[in-house]
Write a protein that binds this ligand. Structure first.
Ligand SMILES: Cc1cc2nc3c(=O)[nH]c(=O)nc-3n(C[C@H](O)[C@H](O)[C@H](O)COP(=O)(O)OP(=O)(O)OC[C@H]3O[C@@H](n4cnc5c(N)ncnc54)[C@H](O)[C@@H]3O)c2cc1C
Length: 384
C-alpha cells in the first residue's frame, strides 16, 4: 500500500471492485496521481494567507484534474471521487480541481466566452456564484437584483449575501431578473466597476472569503448573459446544481473519511504505545458504524453524479436528496468520531475540530436541507 495515497487505498479501492465496475484501472491510476500530487502541493504551498495557499494549490492542481474525456457517467463519478480525495485532506480544498461554479459558463456561455473561461479555469482561475439575497436563499424566485438593457449589453443592480469565494473569485455568476421579470444568469468580472465586496467572518469554511457582493450599475457586455435552449437562469441554476450537489456530498464525505482515518490512527497509536490498554467496545462500534455510513453515502453521491451526467429524469431529485443526506451523514459521523480522541481534537489547529466547523457551513451552503428535502417530497407527491 502506498503511504502517499491513504484515501485511494483506504476508501476508494475497497469499493471499486464491488460497486464500480465501470471505473477502469486507468481512472483509479488518475485518482492516485491526483492524490499524490495534492499531498505534495500541500507541502509546498508557501507561506501566504490561507486563501493564497488554496489558490496556489488550485493553480498547481488545475492541469492535473481528471480527464473530461470518456463516458459521461464515468467522468462524473471520477469527478466526485476526486472531490472525495480533496475533502479528505481539508474541506477548504473543495475547489482544488474542476471548474466548480465555472461549469455554468462552460455550458451556457457564447463560444468566445466559453473559450476564454476554459483557458482561465484550466489555469486555476476561480468562479463564484451569487444567488442568495437578504429575503432568504431558499427562495430564488423572489430575488430582487435587476438587469436593464444597455446600448449593447446589460446594466446590473443588486446585493447578494453569504457569497463564498468572495475575495478570491475572478468572476461571479450572478442571478438577477431581466425587464420581463425572468431570472437570468450573468457573468460578472470581479474587478468590474460597480462591484464591491464586503467580507464577513464565518465560523467555518474560512479558507475562502465569504460575505456580501454589492452590484451598483455594473455594465456588462451582451455576451455576459448565459443561455440555455428553452430556458432561463432558473433552469441554468437547477441544471448546475444537479451536477454540483452530488459533488458537494462527495467532498463532505471525504472530510468525514479524513476524520475517521485520523481518529483510527490516533487510537492505533495510543494502544500500540500502551497509552490505552485496549480500545473500548463503544469506540469500536462508532468506528464501524461511521465507516459504513460514509461508504454507503459515497455510493449514493457517485450514483447521483452519474445520473446527472447521463441525463436521467431522476437526476434532479437524486442531487437534492443526496446533498442533504451526504452532508448530514458526514456531519453526524464527525460529531460521533471527534470525542473518541478527546480534547486534543478541540484545539484550534486540530483538523478534526476544523472539519466539524467546516461541515457545519455545508449544512447551509449549496442548498439548505429542509428546503431541498421538501422540494424532493413535493416532486415525489406530484409525480406518483
Ligand atoms: C458557508 C456558506 C457558503 C455560502 N455560499 C454561498 C454562495 O457562494 N453563493 C450564494 O449565493 N449563497 C451562498 N450561501 C448562502 C446559502 O445558499 C443560503 O444560506 C441557503 O440558500 C439558505 O438561505 P438563507 O440562509 O437565506 O436561509 P433562508 O432561505 O432564510 O431559510 C432559513 C430557514 O427558513 C426556512 N423557510 C423558508 N421559507 C419559510 C417559510 N415561508 N416559513 C418558514 N420557514 C421558512 C428555510 O427552509 C430554512 O430552514 C452560503 C451560505 C453559507 C453558510
Amino acid at each position: 500500500m502506498s503511504p502517499l495515497a491513504p484515501v485511494l487505498d483506504g476508501w476508494i479501492v475497497p469499493l471499486r471492485e464491488a460497486a464500480w465496475p465501470f471505473l477502469p484501472e486507468g481512472r483509479v491510476g488518475e485518482l492516485r496521481r491526483l492524490e499524490t500530487a495534492l499531498s505534495e502541493a500541500l507541502d509546498t504551498a508557501g507561506q501566504g494567507s490561507v486563501s493564497e495557499r488554496l489558490l496556489a494549490v488550485r493553480r498547481v492542481m488545475a492541469p492535473l484534474a481528471p480527464s473530461q474525456d470518456g463516458e459521461p457517467g464515468t467522468v462524473a463519478a471520477v469527478g466526485a471521487l476526486a472531490g472525495f480525495v480533496c475533502g479528505w485532506y481539508d474541506l477548504d480544498l473543495r475547489d482544488t480541481v474542476g471548474p466548480g461554479h465555472g461549469r455554468m459558463i462552460l455550458r451556457h456561455a457564447t463560444p468566445s466566452l466559453r473559450e476564454t473561461w476554459t483557458r482561465r479555469l484550466d489555469a486555476g482561475d476561480l468562479v463564484g456564484i451569487a444567488a442568495t439575497e437578504r429575503h432568504g436563499g431558499s427562495r430564488l424566485t423572489e430575488i430582487t437584483a435587476r438587469l436593464a438593457r444597455d446600448v449593447d449589453g446589460w446594466r446590473l443592480w443588486g446585493e447578494k449575501c453569504w457569497v463564498s469565494r468572495l475575495t478570491e473569485a475572478h468572476a461571479f455568476v450572478v442571478f438577477a431578473k431581466d425587464p420581463a421579470d425572468r431570472i437570468q444568469a450573468v457573468v460578472v468580472p470581479a474587478d468590474a466597476p460597480g462591484v464591491a465586496r464586503y467580507p464577513e467572518t464565518p465560523s467555518g469554511l474560512a479558507g475562502w472569503g465569504w460575505g456580501t457582493l454589492q452590484l451598483h450599475d455594473v455594465r456588462l457586455s451582451g455576451e455576459a448573459m448565459l443561455t440555455t435552449p428553452g430556458g432561463d437562469g432558473e433552469r441554468i441554476f437547477r441544471e448546475h446544481f444537479a451536477a454540483f450537489r452530488p459533488q458537494v456530498a462527495a467532498i463532505a464525505l471525504g472530510t468525514a473519511a479524513g476524520v475517521h482515518s485520523r481518529v483510527l490512527s490516533t487510537l492505533q497509536a495510543r494502544t500500540s504505545t500502551g497509552l490505552l490498554p485496549r480500545v473500548r467496545d463503544t469506540a469500536l462500534v462508532t468506528l464501524g458504524r461511521t465507516q459504513a455510513d460514509i461508504h454507503t453515502a459515497l455510493l449514493g453521491a457517485v450514483t447521483a453524479a452519474r445520473l446527472t451526467a447521463q441525463g436521467s429524469r431522476q437526476a434532479d431529485v437524486w442531487a437534492r436528496a443526496t446533498k442533504a443526506h451526504g452532508v448530514e451523514t458526514a456531519h453526524r459521523a464527525v460529531q460521533e468520531l471527534a470525542p473518541l480522541v478527546g480534547a486534543s481534537g478541540f484545539r484550534a489547529d486540530s483538523p478534526i475540530g476544523k472539519a466539524r466547523a467546516d461541515l457545519g457551513g455545508l449544512l447551509y451552503a449549496d442548498g439548505i436541507h429542509d428546503a431541498l428535502l421538501r422540494s424532493v417530497g413535493r416532486t415525489l407527491i406530484s409525480t406518483r
